[in-house]
Design a binder for this molecule. Structure first.
Ligand code: NAD
Ligand code: WQD
Length: 343
């Protein structure tokens, strides 16, 4: 099938492009490279011995997007592109609301005009907002987040559900990711955040490789087994395979439906640090600090809907995630950047 992948050079997008190419799909990427590198394309080709077509364009540019659709004739779209940093979204809400909503509206408009009505959309566990008790189920309400970034996901879920209700020719799979970490086992692609990582796993990986001194553990008095926060970390390759399953659903079904993509297992901050220590064979320096404002004690998925309806479940362990993240980080200490550039 011809699949258009927005944000396809990004972290999750690139792993999904690999999974698509390996299954014989024809892939076109649209990405403005605002948070990714075109080096990804060579790496994807090295892994798969196939290549994806690349169009450097901003989704908000409807004319450019129309040209890409006309040139490549996609039959389905997987939509990753957007801004994703929670703290930045709190500081710059207008940027986040306008960017994420405009980019998706532009895409939906062009899809509608071209009669392409199969979509897989990247949502996030942040739409549960913490008003519920984990494990989160898809039917838990309200779908509303505590930060502007998450609100854009909650709003777009609403838009997509209204769109599917208005026109039965749409098939829309909404995927609520928990905490994606890890990297492709080849060590050729992985997460490469700009500047200081906001998230735990890339921060730990950069400490392990010597780019940063020590991890700060945010909070030690949560009601968890060791007092540190619990999350549902999921291997990015499991997540990529979840998109293949969602695409199959979108081919065979109509309407809009949401699924959690998680393992269903909570892991604490200290557990994750220990898994990285085992993977890299050295101590990871860390110090205990206060809670980070806005953090939840615990968040993990009830993953049974995806298992029952998409026939998808995660297979990789925390040890696999740490091992693959370490391979990527140790082979590419500066990520995709050329060796001279350090932050
Ligand atoms: P990423 O930043 O690595 O990838 C996003 C890609 O989109 C980047 O390559 C960026 O250059 C591109 N992009 C951004 N705005 C664009 C625009 N207007 N036009 C064209 N390209 C644009 O992020 P990721 O971690 O791969 O996340 C992918 C999606 O998954 C995002 O929608 C994100 O909100 C969602 N998500 C991510 C996580 C996570 O922890 N990584 C968790 C839940 C949901
Ligand atoms: C995980 C745990 C921290 C950093 C965020 C977004 C969410 C989603 C995924 C996009 C928590 C602790 C962290 C550090 C630490 N993204 N921590 N020291 O906050 O669960 O989710 O990313 O949709 O929307 O909010 O992930 O990796 O930041 O934190 O102790 O230096 O690690 O307190 O318990 P989070 P995270």
């Amino acid at each position: 099938m011809r699949v258009l992948v927005t944000g396809g050079t990004g972290y999750i997008g690139s792993h999904t492009v690999v999974a698509l190419l390996e299954r014989g799909h024809e892939v076109t990427i649209v990405d403005n490279l605002s948070n990714s590198s075109s080096v990804v394309l060579d790496r994807v080709a090295q892994i798969t011995t196939k290549s994806a077509a690349m169009h450097v364009a901003d989704l908000r540019d409807e004319h450019a997007l129309t040209d890409v659709f006309a040139a490549t004739g996609p039959e389905a779209v997987i939509h990753f592109a957007g801004l994703k940093a929670v703290s930045e979204s709190v500081a710059e809400p207008l940027t986040y609301y306008s960017h994420n909503l405009e980019a998706t509206f532009s895409l939906l408009k062009v899809m509608n005009e071209r009669g392409v009505r199969r979509l897989v959309f990247s949502s996030s566990a942040t739409v549960y907002g913490g008003g519920q008790e984990p494990p989160y189920k898809e039917e838990d309400e309200p779908i509303i987040s505590t930060n502007p970034y998450g609100q854009t996901k909650a709003m777009l879920e609403r838009v997509l559900s209204d769109l599917a209700a208005s026109d039965p020719s749409w098939s829309i799979a909404v995927l609520r990711y928990f905490n994606p970490i890890g990297a492709h086992p080849s060590g050729l692609i992985g997460e490469d955040p700009l500047g200081v990582p906001n998230n735990l796993a890339p921060y730990v990986a950069q400490v392990a490789v010597g780019r940063r001194e020590a991890v700060t553990v945010f909070g030690t008095d949560y009601p968890t087994k060791d007092g540190t926060g619990e999350r549902d970390y999921i291997h990015v390759c499991d997540l990529a395979e979840g998109h293949i399953a969602a695409l199959a659903w979108a081919l065979a079904n109509r309407g809009a439906r949401a699924w959690n993509l998680g393992t269903g297992l909570p892991t604490t901050v200290l557990d994750l640090i220990r898994a990285f220590e085992a993977a890299c064979g050295k101590r990871i320096p860390y110090h205990l600090g206060p809670r980070r404002p806005g953090d939840l004690a615990s968040a993990w998925a009830n993953a049974s809907r995806a298992r029952d309806e998409l026939c998808w479940q995660s297979t990789r362990t925390i040890e696999d995630m740490a091992r693959d993240a370490w391979r990527w980080q140790s082979l590419n200490p500066l990520g995709f950047a050329p060796p001279a550039s350090l932050d």
